[in-house]
Design a protein around this ligand. Structure first.
Ligand code: HMG
Ligand code: MG
Length: 291
C-alpha cells in the first residue's frame, strides 16, 4: 500500500487573503464547497483577524455559515487573539490556528507584537480552545528567511515550536512565508525543530516565490514530514511580507506526491475544477501591500 501524505488545503484563506478586490462571499463559499468534494480532511476557510488589517477576510462568519459542511472535513480558521477566537467559535470553526513567527521583524509587521508578546497573547486562546474541545494548530512564519530580518536561525524556529507545542498545539505548520528557502536551509531548520518535535507533529507550508517549494517538500519528506499545506491554483501571499507570492499549488503537490509513490486520497478532477475557480478570482499578480 502506498504511504499516505496529507495536503492541508489553505487556498480559501492563504490563497485569497491577499487579493485586493473584495471577492464576493458567495464565490468563496462555492470554492470551498467544491474543495469539500475533493477528499481533503482539513480546509482552512477563514481568518478572524482585524478587518482593518485584512479586509478580504472580514466575511469569515458568513463564509462558515454559508458552506455545506462535508462529513469528515474539518473547517479551520486563523485566530490571532481572544477576540478572533470568540468570533471563530461563534462561527463554528472546527479547528483554529494561532500564528506566530520565528523573526521579530515579521512578527511586528504581521501581528503588531514581539514574538514573546504574541506567545503571551496566544496562551488564553489555546486555553479557551482546550476548554471548548477545539483543536489548535500553530503556525510559525519565516522559518528560513524573513523579509525584514534576513536569514532565520534554525534554533529560533525550534524555540518557538517548543513554546507552541507547550501551549497545546496538536501540529506546527512551518512557513516559508516568502518562498526563499532551499532544500539545504529547510533541512537545517527541520533538523533543529526535530530535536523538539516528532515529524508527525509537523507540517510544511511552502510558498513558491523562488520556485523551490516542491524541492523543499521533497527535502521535508526525507526527514519524515507527511503533511503539507497548499492552495489550489497556487494563489496566495501574505499582505505583510512583500514578495510572498503564491502558495505552492495543491495540484502540483498532488502530482509530485503521486509521482513519488505517495497516496493523497484527492480527486484530481475536482482539484482541477477548484483550481480553475480559484484562478478566476485572482486579480493581482503577486500584488503586495507594504507592511
Ligand atoms: P492591533 O492593531 O495591535 O490590535 O492588531 P488591537 O488589539 O489594538 O485592535 C485594533 C482594532 O482591531 C480594534 O478595533 C480591535 O477591536 C480590532 P477598533 O477599536 O480600532 O475599532 N480587532 C479585531 N477585530 C476583529 N477580529 C479580531 C480583532 N482583533 C483586534 N480578531 C492584530 C493586532 C493581531 C489584531 C492585527 O495585527 C491583525 O489582525 N493581524 C493579522 C494579520 C494577518 O491576518 N496576516 C495574514 C495571516 S498570517 C500568514 O499569512 C502567514 C501564514 O500563511 C504562514 C506563512 O506563510 O508563513 C499563516
Ligand atoms: Mg502562508
Amino acid at each position: 500500500m502506498p504511504e499516505r501524505v496529507e495536503i492541508f488545503e489553505v487556498g480559501p484563506r492563504d490563497g485569497l487573503q491577499n487579493e485586493k478586490r473584495p471577492i464576493p462571499t458567495a464565490d468563496k463559499i462555492a470554492l470551498i464547497d467544491t474543495l469539500s468534494r475533493a477528499g481533503f480532511r482539513r480546509i482552512e476557510v477563514a481568518s478572524f483577524v482585524s478587518p482593518k488589517w485584512v479586509p478580504q477576510m472580514a466575511d469569515g462568519a458568513e463564509v462558515l455559515a454559508g458552506i455545506t459542511r462535508a462529513p469528515g472535513v474539518r473547517y479551520a480558521a486563523l485566530t490571532p487573539n481572544i477576540k478572533g477566537y470568540d468570533r471563530a467559535r461563534a462561527a463554528r470553526a472546527d479547528e483554529i490556528a494561532i500564528f506566530g513567527a520565528a523573526s521579530e521583524g515579521f512578527s511586528r509587521a504581521n501581528i503588531n507584537a514581539t514574538i514573546a508578546e504574541s506567545l503571551d497573547r496566544f496562551a488564553p486562546v489555546a486555553e479557551a480552545a482546550r476548554a471548548d474541545g477545539i483543536p489548535v494548530r500553530g503556525y510559525i512564519s519565516c522559518v528560513t528567511d524573513c523579509p525584514y530580518d534576513g536569514p532565520t536561525a534554525p534554533g529560533k524556529v525550534a524555540e518557538v515550536a517548543e513554546r507552541l507545542l507547550a501551549l497545546g498545539c496538536y501540529e506546527i505548520s512551518l512557513g516559508d512565508t516568502i518562498g526563499q528557502g532551499t532544500p539545504d536551509t529547510v533541512t537545517a531548520m527541520l533538523r533543529a525543530v526535530l530535536d523538539v518535535a516528532p515529524p508527525d507533529r509537523l507540517a510544511g507550508h511552502f510558498h513558491d516565490t523562488g520556485g523551490r517549494a516542491l524541492a523543499n517538500i521533497e527535502a521535508s519528506l526525507d526527514l519524515g514530514l507527511r503533511v503539507f499545506d497548499a492552495a489550489v491554483g497556487g494563489l496566495g501571499g501574505c499582505p505583510y511580507a512583500r514578495g510572498a507570492t503564491g502558495n505552492v499549488a495543491t495540484e502540483a503537490v498532488a502530482d509530485r506526491l503521486a509521482a513519488l509513490g505517495y497516496e493523497t486520497g484527492l480527486d484530481r478532477d475536482v482539484i482541477a475544477a477548484a483550481a480553475d475557480m480559484a484562478r478566476a478570482m485572482r486579480t493581482s499578480e503577486g500584488d503586495q501591500r507594504d507592511a
